[in-house]
Ligand binder design. Structure first.
Ligand SMILES: [Zn+2]
Length: 399
């Protein structure tokens, strides 16, 4: 019998029978052990989409899976609010946490989750699964608090996997939040010049590709062939040094042809933190100048800082240069040596269901995107998801 988030099952999770709680704990322990082996000590959040029993082949099916992801993540977020700063720091393996930053970001996540849940609940009259009962519909926090799955449900295995995924993924976010603003990252913005989600609407996703180009004939070229086959037009962020080397080894004309119909912004001259680099402004402007010179048709006035690290006071520089800073809100973790292409694609799909829109980070210097992207496109082909053409994405500030 499928789980139905109806009044009958709308009860606190701790009302679940004891034997079911033990079963869940056992499942979590197995999953933890498996994930620890698969993902290594860095604990990257990896989901197993094969445990979700439905296809995502209609917009309604996408919304149902999205509601489930939102409730599961909301439940994990709520659980984390019971921790004091010292306990949270220990859980995140940090000496201390920036309490104000964590609180501010938690509140923003709650607002985004509530918005997403409302968007995912438009068809609840026709498909009541994972829909909140009327008395909780206006309060996503309350709906997430009471989220649980019946042990006999076809969603029970997914529920256990999602609980683990969301706990690990939440810790990834909380860690970034706890370090911000002392250590900058993609988790928050400093100014109106910066954006995490590209100002995209619900179900719209922009693919972004960092760190290239590789020398001719490498992974950059192989991925571009895949993208053209899939009719994708992503946003590239290239490094000045390898771009210059490739232009010298070949020609600027060859580069312009290579990136034709794509958008290309700057990732800095070399892959170093732009929060500490003394010549960070030159690194940005020199790379943008090179792109504009070598491939004017692909040039866009966008910068993405390596590691998401930039100065807190850099907003006036970017405003003066009329350059936008595009961060990301979905990290594929394809850069992590501990993730496989299959793990990367499953993680990204779960995060697309959770955040419902935004900018996805991949790297064209690694091979994983070459197989992960065709799979993601196939999975979402009839789900109403739009893979946004980079030319149609507004540059920050979004107002
Ligand atoms: Zn990078």
């Amino acid at each position: 019998m499928p789980v139905s988030f109806q009044p009958a099952s709308f009860r606190p999770a701790w009302f679940a029978p004891a034997w079911f709680r033990r079963l869940l704990c056992g499942l979590c322990a197995c999953l933890l052990a498996g994930k620890a082996f698969a993902a290594g000590p860095s604990e990257v959040a990896i989901s197993d989409r094969s445990l979700w029993p439905d296809r995502l082949d209609t917009p309604a099916a996408f919304d149902r899976a999205s509601r489930a992801e939102l409730l599961s993540f909301g439940h994990a977020l709520l659980d984390s609010e019971h921790l004091d700063d010292a306990t949270l720091a220990a859980r995140l393996h940090l000496k201390q946490v920036d309490h104000a930053a964590v609180e501010r970001l938690r509140e923003r996540w709650w607002q985004q989750l509530a918005r997403n849940y409302a968007l995912a609940s438009r068809d609840c009259a026709a498909d009541p699964l994972f829909c909140a009962p009327p008395e909780a519909a206006a309060d996503f926090r309350r709906a997430a608090q009471f989220f649980t799955a019946a042990p006999t449900s076809v969603y029970a295995a997914w529920f256990a996997d999602a609980a683990h995924f969301d706990r690990v993924y939440l810790d990834e976010l909380l860690r970034l939040a706890a370090l911000f603003p002392r250590t900058s990252s993609e988790v928050d913005v400093y100014s109106a010049q910066e954006s995490q989600d590209g100002g995209l609407a619900d179900r719209q996703f922009l693919l972004s590709l960092d760190d290239g180009p590789t020398p001719a004939g490498g992974d950059t070229d192989r991925l571009l062939a895949v993208l053209r086959q899939q009719h994708l037009h992503p946003q590239y962020f290239v490094l000045g040094e390898p771009l210059q080397a490739r232009a010298r080894a070949g020609s600027a004309t060859a580069l312009a042809t290579l990136y034709a119909d794509m958008c290309v912004g700057a990732h800095g001259w070399t892959h170093t933190s732009h929060s500490r680099r003394p010549d960070w402004q030159d690194s940005v402007t020199n790379t943008l100048s090179l792109i504009r010179h070598d491939m004017p048709d692909s040039y866009v006035a966008l910068f993405r800082p390596p590691y998401g690290q930039r100065r807190a006071d850099s907003g006036s520089f970017f405003a003066g240069q009329r350059v936008g800073v595009l961060l990301w809100n979905i990290d594929s973790q394809d850069w992590n040596g501990k993730t496989s292409a299959e793990q990367v694609r499953q993680r990204v799909l779960s995060l697309m269901l959770l955040w419902r829109h935004g900018v996805i980070l991949f790297h064209d210097i690694h091979a994983k995107a070459q197989t992960a992207l065709p799979w993601l496109l196939a999975q979402t082909a009839s789900s109403g998801v739009v893979w946004q053409d980079c030319h149609a994405v507004p540059a920050p500030p979004h107002g």
